[in-house]
Design a protein around this ligand. Structure first.
Ligand code: ATP
Ligand code: MG
Length: 650
């Protein structure tokens, strides 16, 4: 079968800035390759060396026990995750800022490592008073306030698992997750702020709790001061219990494989599943990758804009950076509140040097225009990162030129909730970047692009992205459903970890993640990825964001349907529709010419900002949506699209 020749793979390499490489941890492609080879030849030796990054109460004597698909890393070692994130830094530099928090209303709070340590100890003691024991699972449903990080670290300190549920989720989503995790304790707040409005978290939690009789205690942070319903005997104020508890809580040793947290995936592909991560391997690889990928140094001011409710926030706001003793900026609110320059203002104010955000955010910044950046001082930036979706080359170039002023390397980091930490990414001082590619696997990671029968696909053809060997921060199972863990991840291509993503490798061995396996479109025998067509669309001056899906077509097999939003200053029109189709045909080829283009105000996204093509596909094929929408950010976007389509068909 003739395979399509994809143009996005022809991006030219952009070398790391010389100045950056000079001081980087890994300074050249040769150094990276040597490291990679070492790890490949002796994975146990390599990872056991990295395990020295951690503080162990009992150092492990064995690296890996691998009973596929179950891995146990460093299993006879003992440690305390919160000790690694706090106590050891308090001993070294007690006054170093750990969290620089900014509220949406502009209020600021700086917590040193000592402050964070004391708050965590108080919270750990409070949780014990509420009856929390090692092995229990505490659900956390909170806004982006420092108490959220404190609560997670306090759970880790006493050996309890946490399950953080994003503060934007509805009552049914929260109760499903509390029931699945069998939580007896919930930590929440009276409310949170988003674009100046109050999000009534306690009210939502109260209604979720009606379905969760197993939850005995609810610990509530006072954030907004609004009046809330109070269930005497069940509800406890944080400021009464935690603040009155002792600031000394010895960190007990736990086994390396002690469960650390459950995190439910965002659900772009169906029913949420509770991904289970354990202690040592996860923490080590988060810490190691933070140092390698972000080239973290002592003096950096590091800001990851994700919500802690997602894995990015777990691994790269809390565990990776704090285990590394970094100074971390944490922001409570929205990027466009009160103005669309809020992020640039924060970068200027704190002199942020490492900025890690999502592909979807970069596309939004680009569509808002450059004026918002111009009045702010971004000269402190030295490295930019992106995650979450493939970043379209046009957005990458904008990020590089306008935010990074051509000075800052960009790390396009590929990973998943399931992988725990970044697996594929440039090393900023070593790997020549290509706009839109996550580039090469990190040392210790064997990534391949295969056919379903396990054969390697040749460069330039689409296949399934798999990981061949276990890695320390890998998920251990799906909580309560080990059979699904086996089936979904290890039995598709037997013995290999199946990521569910489609990808290509180019001539240089670079990996181009093209989106999910389900998002590959077959037109007249050609396999096109939604990402390639979307990238062509986003490179048109009028298009802000695009989602491409297919519907069945009698002649071609599948026909391409485009949903797109426009950049400020552009209006939807018939002419534009034609121009956009022409543009795709000229960039990629007539085979990719869309059969339909729909302009929309908003695209349906998960709450973590990913486009939900699953819903758009349903809409394009059936004209309406019946699938699970509990993780959708704004239901009105899909309703408006459905109306527009219904209207057109009349
Ligand atoms: P669900 O698994 O429930 O559908 P999700 O996959 O959106 O949810 P995450 O684990 O947060 O939840 O996202 C991981 C996915 O995000 C990857 O499998 C990949 O599709 C995409 N992704 C993440 N980073 C990148 C990147 N740098 N380039 C391309 N795709 C990326
Ligand atoms: Mg996924």
């Amino acid at each position: 079968m003739a395979e399509f020749d994809p143009h996005v793979l022809e991006e030219k390499a952009v070398l790391p800035p010389v100045e950056f490489s000079r001081h980087a941890r890994v300074r050249s492609l040769e150094e990276y390759r040597a490291l990679y080879q070492r790890a490949q030849e002796d994975p146990a030796g390599f990872w056991s060396e990295q395990a020295e990054l951690l503080h162990w109460f009992t150092p492990p004597t064995e690296v890996l026990v691998w009973n596929p698909p179950h891995a146990r890393w460093f299993h006879d070692g003992t440690l305390n995750v919160s000790y690694n994130c706090l106590d050891r830094h308090v001993q070294l530099h007690p006054k170093k800022p750990a969290l620089l928090w900014e509220a949406e209303d502009g209020k600021r709070l700086a917590l040193t490592y000592t402050d964070l340590y004391e708050k965590t100890c108080r919270c750990a003691n409070a949780l014990k008073k509420l009856g929390v024991k090692s092995g229990d699972c505490v659900t956390i449903y909170m806004p982006m306030i420092p108490e959220l990080a404190v609560a997670m670290l306090a759970c880790a300190r006493i050996g309890a698992m946490h399950s953080v549920v994003f503060g934007g989720f509805s009552a049914p989503a929260l109760s499903d997750r509390m029931l699945d995790a069998k939580s007896r304790v919930l930590i929440t707040a009276d409310g949170g702020y988003r674009r100046g409005r109050i999000i009534p978290l306690k009210e939502t939690a109260d209604s979720a709790l009606e379905k969760c009789p197993g939850v005995e205690k609810v610990l509530v942070v006072r954030r907004t001061g609004e009046k809330v319903n109070w269930n005497e005997g069940r509800d406890v104020w944080w400021h009464e219990l935690v603040d009155a508890s002792s600031s000394l809580a010895p960190a007990e040793p736990f086994p390396a494989e002690h469960p650390l947290f459950i995190l439910y995936t965002s659900g772009t592909t169906g029913k949420p599943k509770g991904v289970l991560h354990t202690s040592a391997g996860y923490l080590m690889q988060c810490m190691w990758s933070t140092r390698m990928v972000f080239d973290l140094r002592e003096e950096d001011v590091y800001w990851c804009t994700a919500d802690i409710g997602w894995v990015t926030g777990h691994s790269y706001i809390v565990y990776g950076p704090l285990a590394s003793g970094a100074t971390v900026v944490m922001y409570e609110g929205a990027p466009d509140y009160p103005g669309r320059d809020r992020f640039w203002q924060i970068i200027g104010r704190y002199k942020v040097s490492i900025f890690y955000s999502s592909a979807t955010a970069v596309r939004a910044f680009m569509s808002w225009g450059n004026a918002y950046l111009e009045k702010h001082d971004l000269s402190s930036l030295r490295l930019l990162g992106t995650v979450g979706e493939p970043i379209n080359p046009a957005a990458w170039k904008w990020y590089h030129a306008i935010v990074g002023k051509g000075r800052c390397p960009i790390v396009d980091t590929w990973w998943q909730t399931e992988t725990g930490s970044i697996l594929i990414s440039p090393l900023p001082g070593a790997t020549p970047a290509k706009a839109g590619s996550a580039t090469l696997p990190l040392p210790g990671v064997i990534a391949r692009v295969l056919r379903m029968n396990g054969e390697e696909v040749p460069p330039g053809e689409t296949g399934y992205l798999v990981i061949e060997q276990p890695w320390p921060s890998m998920m251990r199972t799906i909580y309560g459903d080990d059979e699904r863990y086996r089936r979904d991840y290890w039995n598709r291509i037997p013995g290999k970890y199946f990521t569910g993503d489609a990808a290509q490798r180019d001539q240089d061995g670079y990996i181009w993640v093209l989106g999910r396996v389900d998002d590959v479109i077959k037109v007249a025998g050609h396999r096109l990825s939604s990402m390639e067509i979307e990238s062509a669309l986003v490179s048109h001056a009028a298009v802000a964001e695009a989602a491409v899906v297919s519907r069945p077509d009698d002649i071609k097999g599948e026909a391409i349907v485009v949903f797109c939003t426009l950049r400020s200053g552009h209006e939807a029109s018939e002419e534009l529709r034609v121009l956009v189709c022409e543009h795709v045909a000229s960039v990629i080829g007539t085979i990719a010419r869309p059969a339909e283009v729909r302009f929309a105000d908003l695209l349906p996204k998960t709450r973590s900002g990913k486009i939900m093509r699953r819903l758009l596909r349903e809409l394009a094929q059936k004209g309406s949506v019946s699938g699970d929408t509990t993780t959708l950010e704004d239901f009105s976007s899909i309703e408006k699209l459905a109306q527009e389509i219904g209207h057109d068909e009349e």
